[in-house]
Unconditional design. Structure first.
Length: 276
């Protein structure tokens, strides 16, 4: 089954998130559990959560993906910034305990001139404190484009974080197609090679989700500017190959393209027609 969704709003609640996803022929969805700039999250409404659970029990809706606020930086040089990131992360994980089948994706962080090794140490130290044995949510490290001092621009950097995690069975990876292409992985001309490299360094068993985005600037640009499907430097042929690849096709795909809900529906319809 092709599992495809888009980044949608929870402003009208979680049950509405599921209903809106189904209305655009999606069977999964990504959402911000709070403002992408941080701040307090709205209190959970149990009836609303139960509504989402019932919907997921009785429709094709499966896993849902929460995306951490962009403001989170567990690798920051500032202790205040790290503590704020930790508190948001911890609160989000506690809230996600109450939601059905979910994962939590985050940008690993930026080392801010401390060096990659120090940044990786800070991230892994925080994750070891955040991960609980009874936690139901899988935490996903996202591949990054390599802007500034971002950590996660290479598979080796992500693996260096994961290998330091005590309960690493609760940690996976989300590949962003725009990010890795911008970061230098040529998924247009050598998709098999990139997949094999990921497998040899991290392991395909760690790959839990894909952010499916075209790229505005392209290979080695390190820009992280998403483009609509088929309208960027990756292109529709490569995206068709990605969603149909035997090692990727059963993963959940999430659109983060510059679109409104109707635009997402058009892209999902296009991609369903290309899925073989």
């Amino acid at each position: 089954m092709f599992t495809i969704g888009a980044h949608l709003s929870i402003s009208k609640g979680f049950e509405n998130l599921g209903l809106e996803a189904l209305s655009i022929d999606a069977n999964t969805a990504q959402f911000f559990p709070r403002s992408p700039r941080g701040g307090k999250a709205k209190p959970l409404n149990q009836a609303d959560v139960d509504g989402l659970q019932e919907l997921m029990d009785n429709t094709t809706m499966d896993v849902i993906l929460a995306h951490a606020p962009y403001i989170i930086n567990l690798a920051s040089k500032s202790e205040k910034t790290r503590n704020n990131a930790y508190e948001i992360f911890e609160d989000d994980l506690k809230r996600l305990d109450n939601l059905p089948n979910n994962m939590y994706n985050f940008h690993p962080g930026s080392h801010v001139q401390q060096g990659v090794e120090k940044g990786i140490e800070l991230i892994s130290d925080s994750l070891n404190m955040l991960i609980r044995e009874d936690m139901k949510t899988t935490i996903l490290l996202e591949t990054m484009a390599g802007k500034g001092t971002e950590i996660g621009r290479t598979f080796e950097e992500l693996e260096s974080i994961i290998e330091k995690i005590d309960m690493d069975e609760k940690v996976g990876v989300c590949i962003d197609t725009c990010h890795i292409y911008d970061g230098g992985y040529d998924i247009v001309n050598d998709l098999d090679g990139v997949i094999d490299e990921f497998d040899s360094i991290i392991g395909l068993d760690r790959l839990k989700a894909i952010h499916l985005n075209d790229s505005k600037y392209g290979l080695n640009s390190h820009k992280d500017r998403h483009e609509k499907i088929g309208m960027g430097k990756i292109g529709i042929d490569a995206i068709t190959e990605i969603i149909n690849h035997k090692k990727l096709r059963d993963l959940p795909f999430y659109l983060e393209t510059p679109n409104d809900v109707e635009g997402y529906k058009e892209e999902i319809d296009l991609l369903r027609g290309l899925y073989k």
